[in-house]
Ligand binder design. Structure first.
Ligand SMILES: [Zn+2]
Length: 132
Protein backbone atom coordinates (compact mmCIF):
# COMPACT_ATOMS: atom_id res chain seq x y z
CA UNK A 1 0.00 0.00 0.00
CA UNK A 2 1.31 3.42 -1.00
CA UNK A 3 2.21 5.87 1.73
CA UNK A 4 0.61 9.30 1.86
CA UNK A 5 3.80 10.82 0.45
CA UNK A 6 3.80 8.30 -2.44
CA UNK A 7 0.14 9.04 -3.24
CA UNK A 8 0.85 12.79 -3.31
CA UNK A 9 3.79 12.18 -5.67
CA UNK A 10 1.62 9.95 -7.94
CA UNK A 11 -1.02 12.69 -8.04
CA UNK A 12 1.60 15.32 -8.87
CA UNK A 13 2.95 13.18 -11.73
CA UNK A 14 -0.57 12.46 -13.05
CA UNK A 15 -1.37 16.19 -13.01
CA UNK A 16 1.87 17.04 -14.84
CA UNK A 17 1.17 14.28 -17.40
CA UNK A 18 -2.33 15.72 -18.00
CA UNK A 19 -0.95 19.27 -18.43
CA UNK A 20 1.71 17.97 -20.84
CA UNK A 21 -0.99 16.31 -22.98
CA UNK A 22 -3.19 19.43 -23.22
CA UNK A 23 -1.71 20.58 -26.54
CA UNK A 24 -0.31 17.35 -27.97
CA UNK A 25 2.84 17.31 -25.78
CA UNK A 26 3.89 20.74 -27.06
CA UNK A 27 4.56 24.12 -25.50
CA UNK A 28 1.31 26.10 -25.45
CA UNK A 29 3.14 29.14 -26.77
CA UNK A 30 5.93 28.31 -29.23
CA UNK A 31 4.77 24.76 -30.00
CA UNK A 32 8.11 23.02 -29.40
CA UNK A 33 7.94 19.38 -28.30
CA UNK A 34 8.02 18.71 -24.56
CA UNK A 35 8.41 15.69 -22.33
CA UNK A 36 7.99 15.16 -18.61
CA UNK A 37 11.57 16.33 -17.99
CA UNK A 38 11.37 19.52 -20.08
CA UNK A 39 7.81 20.44 -19.03
CA UNK A 40 7.36 23.76 -17.24
CA UNK A 41 3.89 24.49 -15.87
CA UNK A 42 2.76 28.01 -16.68
CA UNK A 43 -0.02 29.82 -14.83
CA UNK A 44 -1.91 31.47 -17.72
CA UNK A 45 -3.17 34.05 -15.23
CA UNK A 46 -0.22 34.38 -12.88
CA UNK A 47 -0.69 34.37 -9.13
CA UNK A 48 0.55 37.96 -9.06
CA UNK A 49 -1.95 39.06 -11.73
CA UNK A 50 -4.71 37.09 -10.01
CA UNK A 51 -4.37 39.21 -6.87
CA UNK A 52 -4.87 42.35 -9.01
CA UNK A 53 -7.72 41.20 -11.25
CA UNK A 54 -9.60 38.52 -9.33
CA UNK A 55 -12.81 40.55 -9.17
CA UNK A 56 -12.84 40.62 -13.01
CA UNK A 57 -12.61 36.81 -13.24
CA UNK A 58 -15.47 34.30 -12.93
CA UNK A 59 -16.23 33.47 -9.28
CA UNK A 60 -15.28 29.82 -9.82
CA UNK A 61 -11.86 30.69 -11.29
CA UNK A 62 -8.99 28.95 -9.49
CA UNK A 63 -5.49 30.30 -10.06
CA UNK A 64 -4.03 26.83 -9.37
CA UNK A 65 -6.89 25.07 -11.17
CA UNK A 66 -6.06 22.75 -14.06
CA UNK A 67 -7.73 25.10 -16.57
CA UNK A 68 -5.25 27.85 -15.65
CA UNK A 69 -2.18 25.63 -16.08
CA UNK A 70 -0.53 25.35 -19.50
CA UNK A 71 2.47 23.30 -20.64
CA UNK A 72 5.41 25.53 -21.53
CA UNK A 73 9.04 25.18 -22.48
CA UNK A 74 11.56 26.81 -20.18
CA UNK A 75 12.17 29.67 -22.63
CA UNK A 76 8.50 30.60 -22.89
CA UNK A 77 7.81 30.11 -19.18
CA UNK A 78 10.74 32.33 -18.22
CA UNK A 79 9.99 34.93 -20.91
CA UNK A 80 6.28 35.13 -20.14
CA UNK A 81 7.07 35.26 -16.42
CA UNK A 82 4.09 36.84 -14.63
CA UNK A 83 2.72 38.50 -17.78
CA UNK A 84 -0.56 37.81 -19.49
CA UNK A 85 -0.85 36.04 -22.85
CA UNK A 86 -1.38 39.41 -24.56
CA UNK A 87 1.59 40.92 -22.72
CA UNK A 88 3.75 37.99 -23.91
CA UNK A 89 2.51 38.42 -27.50
CA UNK A 90 3.45 42.12 -27.39
CA UNK A 91 6.83 41.25 -25.84
CA UNK A 92 7.65 38.86 -28.71
CA UNK A 93 6.61 41.50 -31.22
CA UNK A 94 8.88 44.05 -29.50
CA UNK A 95 11.72 41.51 -29.48
CA UNK A 96 11.43 41.17 -33.25
CA UNK A 97 11.70 44.95 -33.59
CA UNK A 98 14.54 45.34 -31.08
CA UNK A 99 16.62 42.60 -32.76
CA UNK A 100 16.61 44.67 -35.92
CA UNK A 101 17.52 47.84 -34.03
CA UNK A 102 20.28 46.41 -31.87
CA UNK A 103 22.12 43.73 -33.77
CA UNK A 104 24.32 44.44 -36.79
CA UNK A 105 24.72 40.65 -37.13
CA UNK A 106 20.96 40.28 -37.58
CA UNK A 107 21.00 43.01 -40.24
CA UNK A 108 23.86 41.31 -42.09
CA UNK A 109 22.15 37.89 -41.88
CA UNK A 110 18.99 39.47 -43.32
CA UNK A 111 20.86 41.22 -46.15
CA UNK A 112 22.49 37.93 -47.09
CA UNK A 113 19.15 36.13 -47.03
CA UNK A 114 19.94 33.82 -44.10
CA UNK A 115 17.29 35.32 -41.87
CA UNK A 116 13.88 36.75 -42.59
CA UNK A 117 11.22 38.26 -40.36
CA UNK A 118 7.56 38.17 -41.18
CA UNK A 119 4.86 40.57 -40.14
CA UNK A 120 2.40 37.73 -39.58
CA UNK A 121 0.37 38.12 -36.40
CA UNK A 122 1.79 36.11 -33.50
CA UNK A 123 -0.53 33.16 -32.96
CA UNK A 124 0.45 30.85 -30.13
CA UNK A 125 0.37 27.07 -30.48
CA UNK A 126 -2.57 26.68 -28.07
CA UNK A 127 -4.63 29.12 -30.18
CA UNK A 128 -3.97 27.13 -33.36
CA UNK A 129 -4.61 23.89 -31.47
CA UNK A 130 -7.92 25.08 -29.99
CA UNK A 131 -9.10 26.37 -33.38
CA UNK A 132 -8.31 23.05 -35.05
ZN1 LIG B 1 7.81 27.58 -25.80
Amino acid sequence: MATYKERIEEQRIATRRYILSKFDDRCAYCGCELDMDSLNVDHVVSKQAYRRIKEDLPSNFEVDGIDNLFPACQSCNCSKCDGSVEWYRDKIHELRTSLLDLSPKVKIAMRLGYLTFSNKPIIFHFEKYQNG
